[in-house]
Design a binder for this molecule. Structure first.
Ligand SMILES: Nc1nc2c(c(=O)[nH]1)N[C@H]1C(S)=C(S)[C@@H](COP(=O)(O)OP(=O)(O)OC[C@H]3O[C@@H](n4cnc5c(=O)[nH]c(N)nc54)[C@H](O)[C@@H]3O)O[C@H]1N2
Ligand SMILES: Nc1nc2c(c(=O)[nH]1)N[C@H]1C(S)=C(S)[C@@H](COP(=O)(O)OP(=O)(O)OC[C@H]3O[C@@H](n4cnc5c(=O)[nH]c(N)nc54)[C@H](O)[C@@H]3O)O[C@H]1N2
Ligand SMILES: [Mo]
Length: 927
């Protein structure tokens, strides 16, 4: 501690603390504008000047550190005069009509009693309202550069700069472009940092006075960013990042500006029942919202539930439990997932329950359970900050986990070596130490070659292998044939590069692997993941901070939904249905007589669709999933859904799936309910209700219980806390987490075995949760994609995502800002491929596979390899899953979304947009 004197008082500063920080801790107010906690000090606004004994000039307290015995005054006449002068000058330049209710210049001016400025105002620049999400009001700008530092240092997007000199000095976007035309990704970090309203949410949203602020989490991806909803009159006005463990105040464009889907006029507000005289269900439909009433009629909850549950019960009684199936939701809470699987297991009577994890990380989880004994991540994303080498393979976090990407960028800036392996060049590959743009579908070749190098060059961790693993000998024997020289022609990466990367990964102090759908969504997805696991095990790069295996989980609660048992082979907490002891435990916990639960694993997502088509499954209950858009071979999936005798869909919008339903139950959107959600780091957090559901829409916990009653179950759960209390009893890994603790601490990471246990962000430090305590190597050989290009279908289709849109688009295409940023269906085509067709960007192209075809707009995209076309699956008018291949990985049962053969031609007709998306969504949202 450093002892010094502040305003005549003896105070102490910690090592590294500035005068301003010490003063704030001591409760001494010093005005400051360019300083913001967590950012590097810039010292440019000069509002925080203090007088230091023995020094000729005043000093900025935000960048001066105290020394022993220093005498400092922030309240001397000289210091205060300087502070006031700065504030008065800045105030003179402020616009009369402010853009925010929290102008820090005005705040400090009032505090220091700075009156009306004596100086003339500057000539004010025009507002720049070219961006859908962010208004630029440079009339209020004080050039403090907080926005610039937020953009450059925190999110590392580097869009904002400070240009020109002196009086001409100004904040610019890229090369002084209009904001709307710049490369801004609209994360809004600059808006959150701005002290004066110079950067603000568009349409003056932040000028309104919220009547409440609700602390919650983001409803989109698995990163689990904490945020605050600012609410007025049952509407969310704007969103701010909160200081959660995963995001520390950061958000991305969806978290910050993607909330108004909840207010969209197309929300389902009353139960709907298919009309007796409705046109026959057809997989090949064009949804026309104008004609919804030809198909459905409104019904009371009583009628809708009686029909929804009654018909399911009738099918169960007539055809047996396995004639029914349920898809739960990774968008819903842990409590909803838990009740949903319990309903299927005890109300339907079978294990036919699954959810989108099957289309996502099912193969990764299969490999992890087999090799390590646990399907979840070993280390949190933020451990990249502690890693020396980070391997990012088959994932594009800048688009899909944007806040996680900021931690990776920050780590790189600190010196972490980032190795990106992906057939497509992503944003992060620009800052990578090495970027391996290898051939699609050749992960096993590349990874086995890396392991070959590690084995043959003796870079393995012998101690770790001997004490913590089994099966190394077979693995080593298997990779012997995969020399880098032999694999180079297959994967397209030079042998020397493979060797260099292998050495780097193996030899570093701490190496971490993060992966995504590029690994998992293949018929050999499990093999891909097995290789990553083996790589970590043979080098001992797991079980310590900054190491390990992190499959980036997708949906906000896909981890939690899986944990809660929304999978056909496991009860909650991965207890296998086929294991008699587990079955007995759940029969006892759920008060069932022995022998009631089904001990046969149920059908997985794609298997359910096949069984529906063949008539084996006759009735379904789908909550919060849109398989008509998200399943592979969508024409088949739609035909399967259409052929069901009875389909109940519980959603917030009339989705493509709901269109095929017999009964539609209007559910609550994320901000309309309270529940716990588990992020990709295994961290359980609370989402709190901020809004009342619209019309007669009801909370899911109520709806699921009503359905349960119609299926003969007598459930009486109060609210989420009640359900969570039961979950703790049957799920050892969260046994130590109480609802009160979640409410108090906001976030607890499991395993948390007993109350008081702090939680466990890094696991496998001592052993692996397998019977022997040891992890197991599983060798993999090269298996090609199920459908390779040929003369008829010569190109490859890679499907995936865009930053602004979420999956099937049902939410984000009804969000004004996001829809405005990406309004039309696009295919990303290499410019040379496009030119070879005689086309140019913006032209309509048609893509066909053996299963279907769509027409959409071509976007020139150099990041894709030639011969491969990338298409996101969010556009219903060009539903790309009509083309994808439903072939499955035999272990994870995941379809091959990342590879099929296609033919690309110029021309075609883009299906017109109905009012579900496009500019109309914007109008509807009142923009
Ligand atoms: N904006 C947005 N964010 C999202 C989502 C969204 O819909 N929109 N969805 C969420 C969900 S549920 C998920 S699962 C995650 C998914 O997040 P990611 O896994 O990042 O998503 P994808 O875009 O599907 O594909 C990832 C990468 O795989 C690469 N790839 C393609 N083929 C291969 C291959 O053969 N080998 C390798 N190694 N790579 C290949 C692609 O080029 C792409 O860069 O995103 C989550 N976040
Ligand atoms: N071609 C291709 N297809 C893919 C993939 C790919 O990479 N390529 N990726 C796959 C992956 S990884 C995934 S995770 C799946 C995702 O597939 P889905 O889960 O089917 O996709 P979403 O659009 O997220 O569906 C969520 C649904 O829940 C609704 N919803 C939102 N909030 C709530 C709520 O609170 N309550 C209720 N009841 N409903 C709500 C939404 O309106 C939407 O209809 O797609 C898979 N499909
Ligand atoms: Mo996913």
């Amino acid at each position: 501690m450093i002892a010094f004197e502040l305003n005549g008082r003896a105070v102490q500063a910690a090592e590294g603390e500035t005068l301003l920080q010490a003063a704030r801790r001591e409760g001494v107010d010093i005005p400051h504008l360019c300083y913001k906690d967590g950012m590097a000090a810039a010292g440019n606004c000069r509002a925080c000047m203090v007088e230091i004994d023995g020094e000729r000039v005043l000093a900025p307290s935000c960048c001066r550190h105290p020394v022993q015995g220093m005498h400092v005054r922030s309240d001397s006449a000289r210091a205060v005069a300087a502070q006031k002068m700065v504030l008065e000058l800045l105030l003179a330049d402020m616009p009369e009509q402010g853009h925010t209710r929290h102008n820090e210049v005005e705040h400090w001016a009032a505090k220091l009693s700075v009156g009306k400025p004596r100086f003339a105002a500057r000539t004010q620049p025009m507002r720049d309202l070219t961006h859908a999400a962010i208004a630029v009001n440079l009339d209020a700008c004080i050039q403090c550069t907080r926005c610039l530092r937020a953009c450059r240092d925190e999110q590392m997007n580097d869009v904002i700069g400070l240009a020109r000199r002196g009086e001409q000095e100004k904040i610019v976007f890229d090369m002084d472009d209009p904001m709307g035309a710049s490369t801004c990704v609209a994360c809004g970090e600059c808006v959150q940092a701005c002290p004066t309203g110079a950067l603000m949410p568009a349409r003056d949203a932040a000028l309104a006075v919220p009547d409440k602020q609700v602390e919650s989490v983001c409803p989109y991806c698995g990163v689990g960013c904490q945020l605050t909803y600012n609410v007025k009159d049952n509407r969310i006005l704007f969103v701010e990042g909160r200081n959660g463990p995963a995001n520390q105040g950061r958000l991305c464009v969806k978290g910050r500006y993607g909330f108004d889907y909840a207010h969209h006029p197309q929300r389902l507000t009353r139960p709907l029942v298919r009309r007796a005289d409705a046109p026959p269900k057809s997989g090949d439909f064009a949804m026309d919202p104008e004609r919804v009433s030809d198909v459905f009629r409104e019904a009371s909850w009583e009628e809708a539930l009686a029909l929804a549950g009654g018909k399911l019960a009738a099918i169960r009684d007539a055809h047996g439990p396995r004639a029914l199936a349920g898809f739960g939701s990774a968008k819903g809470s842990n409590e909803e997932a838990y009740l949903f699987q319990k309903l299927v297991r005890t109300g339907f009577g079978s294990n036919n329950v699954d959810h989108c994890t099957r289309l996502c990380h099912a193969s990764s989880v299969a490999a992890l359970l087999e090799g390590i004994g646990s399907g979840a991540v070993s280390n949190p994303v933020k451990d990249v900050m502690k890693a020396e080498v980070v391997v990012l393979i088959g994932a594009n976090p800048a688009v899909n986990h944007p806040v996680a990407a900021t931690w990776i960028k920050n780590a790189v800036k600190q010196g972490t070596k980032l190795i990106v392996c992906d057939p497509r060049r992503s944003d992060l590959s620009r800052i990578a130490h090495r970027f391996l743009q290898f051939q699609p579908d050749t992960d096993v070749a590349l990874l086995n070659a890396m392991m070959h190098v590690i084995v043959t060059e003796g870079l393995v961790d012998r101690n770790f292998i001997a004490s913590r693993t089994i099966g190394y000998e077979e693995l080593a024997a298997n990779v012997a044939e995969f020399s880098p020289e032999a694999m180079a022609p297959i994967c397209g990466i030079e042998a020397d590069t493979i060797r260099a990367v292998a050495r780097q990964y193996a030899a570093s102090r701490a190496s971490m692997i993060l992966w995504g759908m590029g690994i998992s969504q293949h018929v050999h997805g499990t093999d891909n993941a097995r290789c990553l696991i083996a790589l970590a095990l043979m080098t001992g790069q797991i079980g310590r901070p900054g190491t390990g295996l992190h499959p980036l989980r997708g949906q906000n609660n896909v981890q939690g939904a899986s944990d809660a048992g929304l999978i056909p082979m496991m009860y909650p907490d991965y207890q296998r249905v086929a294991e008699p002891a587990a079955k007995a435990r759940f029969e006892s916990a759920w008060g069932l007589s022995p022998g009631t639960l089904d001990d046969k694993p149920g059908l997985t997502v794609v298997e359910v669709m096949d069984a529906a088509k063949s008539g084996e499954v006759k009735g379904m209950y789908i909550m919060g999933e849109n398989p008509a858009m998200s399943d592979p071979d969508a024409n088949h999936a739609r035909a399967a859904l259409a052929s069901l005798e009875h389909l109940v869909v519980q959603d917030i919008f009339l989705t493509e799936t709901a269109y095929l339903a017999d009964v539609i139950l209007p559910a609550s959107a994320f901000p309309e309910k309270t529940g716990s959600f588990t992020n990709t780091d295994r961290m359980v957090q609370i989402g709190r209700q901020a809004l009342e559901p619209p019309g007669e829409a009801r909370q899911e916990l109520w709806i699921i219980q009503q359905m349960a009653q119609r299926l003969g179950l007598d459930w009486q759960y109060g609210g989420a806390a009640d359900v969570f209390a039961e979950m703790r009893q049957v799920m050892p890994s969260i046994a130590g987490i109480t609802w009160e603790r979640l409410e108090r601490e906001h976030a607890v990471t499991y395993p948390c075995l007993a109350e008081g246990d702090p939680g466990t962000p890094v696991v496998f430090t001592e052993d692996f949760p397998r019977e022997s305590g040891r992890a197991r190597f599983v060798p993999a050989d090269i298996i090609p994609a199920d459908e390779r290009p040929d003369a008829e279908y010569p190109q490859v289709l890679i499907t995936g995502r865009q930053l602004e849109h979420w999956h099937t688009g049902s939410m984000t295409r009804r969000t004004a800002v996001l829809d405005a940023l990406e309004p039309d269906p696009v295919a990303l085509v290499h410019p040379l491929d496009l030119a070879a067709l005689g086309g140019k960007p913006g032209d309509v192209v048609t893509i066909a596979s053996r299963r279907g075809q769509v027409s959409l707009y071509a976007r020139a995209d150099e990041s894709s390899p030639r011969g491969a076309v990338f298409v996101p699956f969010c556009y219903y008018e060009a539903a790309i899953n009509k083309l994808t291949n439903p072939a499955l990985d035999p272990f994870g049962k995941i379809p091959e979304f990342k590879y099929c053969a296609i033919k690309l031609t110029l021309g075609g007709q883009v299906q017109p947009q109905t009012s579900f998306g496009g500019g109309k969504a914007m109008e509807a949202a009142g923009a």
